[in-house]
Design a protein around this ligand. Structure first.
Ligand SMILES: NC(=O)C1=CN([C@@H]2O[C@H](COP(=O)(O)OP(=O)(O)OC[C@H]3O[C@@H](n4cnc5c(N)ncnc54)[C@H](O)[C@@H]3O)[C@@H](O)[C@H]2O)C=CC1
Ligand SMILES: O=C(O)[C@H]1O[C@H](OP(=O)(O)OP(=O)(O)OC[C@H]2O[C@@H](n3ccc(=O)[nH]c3=O)[C@H](O)[C@@H]2O)[C@H](O)[C@@H](O)[C@@H]1O
Length: 430
């Protein structure tokens, strides 16, 4: 099939390269000329394992990029993979989606045959039908359900394993309202599902597909917060939370994944998506108490870390090494990293902060230009009064002798990965 993908960020680039890999002809449309040039030169505009190889193989053949929306006219279906950030009050900000839908609609005005427009971005229920479709109709002069259809196909890939997650998913969710849209979506995904090891295909309505994405992310975020609540209780009672969590994970109804207790969840999606579904729920008069609690627990974990530090050292004037600035290991993405609230609190308390991350320092420096940065964990620990571990990078698990260079070592481990030493004051956060 011939597919167009609007937006070439984490999701748009990954799905374009993967659709090309399973045999489709794909064109990426992005307003960013650098992104387009990078893709056309056979390189990936984002860092994701395996993506460079796919782009190198298919660019100039089944995969190309352009800034010109006219490219959509030679395709059968378009996926909208634009950012859906938060407004200041947590609501979803649809302005980028609306601008792209308007450009797409104006282009579709010139198309003679049927077209399917699929929302790939994470959007709150009713957005595709009540926001995107009307913009497309207005700009194209066409009617949804007649000359074109809309559909919804949420994305569940994770940064750091995006290609693998997309090509071998647990599930593919196809939301549509007409037989024609359902058939087109099936035809897009059939080659992928055939080669995936065990992908379930869920055919559903459009607003159900939109909600499945929020339910998925909200459930995972709430699972981590529940785990953190339980692990905090464990700590107060002197119970080893890792033994407790390993044991409950053996119950197949609970499952062993996403039981990692610690300083909490961050990133470009969980915080904004949980905030957006809370705001959307309130808009229709429902108070989502569980989700509000999940956020409250998550907000409290960095504060607990500082409280534990205070039990051992007064942060005012102390040199504190923060190990890990990325929101999770394997990425240089610092959006909503737990290091941000932690360092804000440390600076408020008068600490002298030195940060270290294997790959995320430059991105973090844009947010905190005035703290010190070290070139290695050892350099960050040298002369520090305390160390706080925020991201579970493997290299932090391997630290041992490096703690000798600290002044009276105090380690507060927000990810429970550091090897304990009897001669060091070691506190796990949970
Ligand atoms: N990043 C992730 O791991 C995942 C993200 N999602 C969702 O997918 C959506 C996209 O997220 P990302 O790919 O991370 O966003 P992103 O910010 O990485 O990429 C968006 C791209 O859209 C382009 N763009 C902006 N306005 C445009 C326009 N009018 N026309 C054409 N291109 C335009 C930008 O230049 C940028 O390259 C969001 O709704 C997000 O919540 C879903 C699953 C995973
Ligand atoms: O909607 C999205 O964009 C994506 O959001 C998450 O993916 P991602 O944010 O890339 O990363 P995760 O691996 O889920 O980690 C999110 C946060 O939770 C934290 N986490 C994760 C697992 C765990 O056990 N404990 C824990 O604290 C991580 O440190 C990180 O800060 C989801 O896992 C994806 O399915 C989803 O598509």
């Amino acid at each position: 099939m011939r597919l167009s993908i609007i937006g070439s960020g984490y999701v748009g680039t990954t799905i374009a390269a993967c659709f090309a890999e399973v045999g489709h002809e794909v064109v990426n449309v992005d307003i960013d000329e650098d992104v387009v040039a990078t893709l056309n030169s056979g390189e990936s505009p984002i860092h994701e394992p395996g993506l460079d190889d796919l782009i190198e193989e298919h660019a100039g053949d089944r995969l190309r990029a352009t800034t010109d929306y006219e490219a959509v006219l030679d395709t059968d279906a378009t996926f909208l993979a634009l950012s859906t950030p938060s407004t200041d009050d947590g609501h979803i900000d649809l302005s980028i989606m609306e601008a792209a839908a308007e450009s797409l609609g104006a282009t579709l005005a010139e198309k003679d045959d049927y077209h399917l427009v699929v929302t790939k971005s994470t959007v709150v229920p009713t957005t595709t039908e009540e926001v995107i479709a009307p913009v497309l109709e207005e700009a194209s002069g066409k009617t949804v359900g007649e000359e074109f259809d809309v559909g919804m196909n949420p994305e569940f890939l994770r940064e750091g394993s995006a290609v693998e997650d997309f090509l071998d998913p647990d599930k593919v969710v196809l939301g549509s309202h007409t037989d024609r849209a359902a058939e087109t979506l099936r035809a897009v995904f059939d080659p992928l599902v055939e080669q995936a090891s065990d992908a379930a295909v869920v055919e559903t309505g459009i607003r159900e597909a939109e909600m499945i994405k929020y339910a998925n992310n909200a459930f995972l975020a709430a699972k981590i917060s529940l785990v953190n609540d339980l692990a905090n209780i464990c700590k107060e009672y002197g119970v080893d939370s890792s033994e407790v969590l390993d044991a409950i994970g053996l119950d197949s109804r609970i499952g062993s994944e996403f039981l990692g207790a610690g300083v909490g969840w961050g990133g470009s999606c969980f915080p904004k998506d949980v905030a957006a579904i809370i705001a959307a729920a309130r808009d229709v008069g429902y108070e989502p108490a569980m989700l509000e609690a999940a956020v409250a627990v998550n907000d409290r974990q960095p504060v607990r870390m500082l409280d534990i530090l205070r039990d051992h050292v007064d942060p005012s004037g102390a040199r504190v090494a923060v190990l890990g600035l990325a929101f999770k290991p394997g990425t240089d993405d610092v959006r909503n990293s737990r290091a941000i609230p932690l360092i804000d609190a440390l600076l408020d308390a008068g600490a002298d902060v030195v940060g270290y991350d294997p790959v995320a320092t430059e991105n973090f420096r844009e947010r905190f230009p005035d703290i010190d940065y070290a070139d290695s964990a050892a350099a960050a620990l040298d002369g520090a009064d305390a160390a706080l571990v925020v991201t579970d990078w493997d290299e932090f698990a391997a630290l041992y002798d490096e703690f000798d260079a600290m002044n009276d070592p105090i380690v507060v481990d927000g990810r429970s990965i550091v090897t304990r030493r009897d001669d060091i004051v070691y506190e796990s956060l949970v």
